[in-house]
Design a protein around this ligand. Structure first.
Ligand SMILES: *Cc1c(COP(=O)(O)O)cnc(C)c1O
Length: 385
């Protein structure tokens, strides 16, 4: 057993009780479930489903679905067939809607997995009806009406004809989607609710769903029979402009891997977009845009940038966000926290996804769903784990 490989030598050096990662995404499943319960109680008598598309908004579809199913969530929404097949394996008895609808040629596989497409065109309806005829039973589906998004869904003027042709399948849900539910004063909301009501008249006895996260909080309470929150489950603020009623489900930590002192005028990073205006101490953390941190959160001289918490102090990004590194100005942070090996917090209670998004010129949804694949993920707060 004389020679050991470099990999084995590395393993031999690593103390398993010590953290070896530089980026850590901690997902709080108790916060997720708490958010779901809060949305469910706000939605009153309506059922509260869960939108788990895009890998559970970046937090991990499997852990998210298991925790919500255990808490009593019965209805899930995913974007496409492949996400739906994963969802089916995770929730064998759950109701799973596929928001893309019937992608061309996919009806047999959707049916085989017991998925319900959100049908939004006559072409899809025909494929679903054909699959129903082949199987000898009417397949279940949602009927999606377009009330303003102009993205997916039947036109309202076709509602009567859709209702007739939908007799070849089994509609279990009528749905539409808000354009700007996050703006309660927008006149679009009332108009979309009125249009949705008129479409629903053609489907007596079929359950209806209109509200996403922000829709749950609209003053009109457009909850109907089922609400479909996504973002708020994961801690996003469904009521921008007022306090966030949700708890953050994602906490992002990174470790300082180097610290250096700069003289006034020295620059940091590619293209020298930031220069020290005073003698400064800067710390390099081991995460970057490959981990989902937006390049647009770059710290340029004279511009607001992303921030991290170092020993309780908010420390701005300085210099360009690069693939694997961000540099922080830790001049004003406590010395003992701004040391090599210390953890800093990029997202959590203090810096929420909206705060980082605001500094990067994007939306919290994008920050969440881009959280990288390179982090070590820890799931905490689950009842069963
Ligand atoms: C993504 C999506 C939702 C969830 O929206 P959130 O704003 O994340 O709550 C609901 N319905 C449809 C049709 C969607 O595409």
């Amino acid at each position: 057993m004389g020679i050991i490989s470099p990999a084995e030598r590395l393993l031999a050096c690593a103390d398993p009780s010590e953290p070896v990662e530089t980026g850590l995404l901690s997902v709080d499943l108790a916060a997720l479930v708490g958010n779901w319960r809060r949305l469910a109680s706000t939605a009153g008598a309506a059922e509260c489903g869960a939108v788990v598309k895009a890998d559970g908004y970046g937090l991990g579809q499997a852990a998210v679905m298991r925790a919500l199913a255990e808490a009593g969530c019965r209805t899930f929404f995913v974007a496409n067939l492949l996400e739906g097949e994963i969802a089916r394996a995770l929730a064998p008895h759950g109701v799973i809607y596929v928001l893309d609808g019937v992608a061309p040629g996919c009806a047999p596989r959707l049916a085989a997995a017991g998925l319900r497409p959100a049908i939004g065109s006559f072409a899809e309806l025909e494929e679903w009806a054909a699959a129903s005829a082949t199987l000898g039973r009417k397949l279940e589906a949602a009927i999606h009406f377009d009330t303003g998004m102009n993205r997916l869904g039947f036109a309202l003027k076709d509602a009567a004809e859709v209702a007739v042709r939908a007799r070849a399948i089994a509609p279990t849900l009528i749905m539409s989607h808000f354009v700007s539910a996050q703006l309660p004063e927008s006149p679009l909301n009332a108009r979309q609710i009125a249009d949705f009501l008129s479409a629903r008249e053609h489907f007596p006895g079929v359950a209806a769903s209109l509200a996403n996260s922000s829709g749950v909080y609209l003053p009109q309470r457009p909850h109907f029979d089922l609400v479909r929150p996504g973002y708020a489950l994961y801690g996003g603020n469904p009521t921008p402009g007022s306090e966030n009623p949700m708890r953050p489900a994602a906490r992002l930590l990174a470790r300082i891997i180097a610290v250096r002192d700069l003289a006034t005028g020295e620059t940091v990073g590619y293209d020298a977009v930031w220069a020290a205006a005073r003698p400064s101490r800067v710390a390099t953390i081991g995460v970057g845009y490959a981990d989902g941190l937006p390049v647009s959160a770059t710290g340029e001289s004279g511009k607001l940038a992303g921030e991290a918490i170092v020993g309780g102090a908010l420390c701005p990004f300085v210099g360009r966000v690069s693939m694997d590194y961000v540099v922080l100005d830790v001049t004003d942070a406590p010395m003992e926290a701004a040391r090599r090996g210390q953890w800093v917090e990029l997202l959590g209670e203090t810096i929420d996804v909206e705060a980082l998004a605001a500094r990067a010129g994007t939306i919290g949804y994008e920050v969440l769903t881009r959280l990288g694949r390179r982090y070590v993920r820890r799931y905490v707060g689950s009842q069963s784990a």
